[in-house]
Design a protein. Structure first.
Length: 256
């Protein structure tokens, strides 16, 4: 954000949603407090009021500088580790237009760097589709206080991790179930259970899971008998808290 960039979109948005964007200088100062984490490619961040992505874009930029420094010579390596950088970033915002803009900014940043390094002739459509899938699942519209979306449905997040050989495994969680509950967990280790797991796939094949995701969302939000049966099974499954480790209690470490 430049000095001339407005910190608000409108007075009505400030009045209705308390929306004021964070100036770039403050973003930098805050991220410098966790500088080592911002430069660690796999370090996970959650911005619970992400707006148009002022924090997220800076975090991704710092991660991508590390990716470029280490993996710029081989396109497949760059693509894998840049996806690792982006799937470790999460954001929530109340307003749909903010979410769309945040996704667009993050996607543009990573694709511009890809074009810079490998030129347009080496453009990878699968890579772009995977970015779109990750951002759709990681940067979501909702209320970080109620942990629900505008339809009063629980927020869902995907967790992605490498299982070797450029293969990625993905699991879907209800966000509320990722937050330790002191009265239940006390001093035990917290192990959340996913509501859905995908088999490991080659990282550029992740986009093929989009169709499965549509089915999952229809089960989560539907009112038919199949949807109700799905919710009955998974609500029972995830309601059992196993424990929580105090060292994993921060938002930054929540998904580690």
């Amino acid at each position: 954000m430049t000095k001339d960039t407005k910190l608000i979109k409108s007075k009505s948005r400030v009045r209705d949603h308390w929306e004021v964007y964070t100036p770039e200088i403050i973003v930098e100062q805050m991220l410098n407090l966790v500088k080592n984490e911002t430069e660690r490619i796999e370090s996970k961040f959650l911005e619970p009021a992400c707006g148009t992505g002022n924090f997220l874009i800076k975090i991704l930029d710092k991660k991508l500088k590390e990716v470029e420094r280490k993996y710029k010579k081989i396109q497949s390596e760059f693509e894998f580790y840049s996806l690792l950088a982006i799937w470790s970033i999460y954001g929530i915002d109340l307003l749909a237009d903010n979410i769309q803009e945040a996704r667009s900014r993050l996607k543009k940043l990573i694709l511009n760097l890809h074009t810079k390094l490998f030129k347009k002739k080496n453009k990878n459509r699968e890579f772009e589709q995977v970015i779109r899938l990750i951002l759709k699942n990681n940067i979501i519209q909702g209320d970080a206080l109620t942990l629900k979306n505008a339809k009063e449905q629980p927020l869902l997040f995907s967790d992605w991790w490498s299982v070797g050989g450029y293969k990625i495994k993905r699991s879907t969680y209800i966000f509320e179930e990722l937050i330790p509950k002191w009265e239940i967990c006390k001093n035990k280790i917290f192990i959340p259970e996913p509501i859905n797991q995908y088999p490991p796939v080659y990282f550029l094949s992740l986009y093929k899971q989009a169709q499965d995701e549509i089915q999952l969302q229809s089960w989560c939000t539907g009112s038919d008998s199949k949807s109700q049966q799905w919710w009955s099974i998974h609500t029972t499954k995830i309601s059992k808290y196993h424990a929580w480790s105090p060292t994993k209690g921060t938002m930054v470490g929540l998904f580690n």
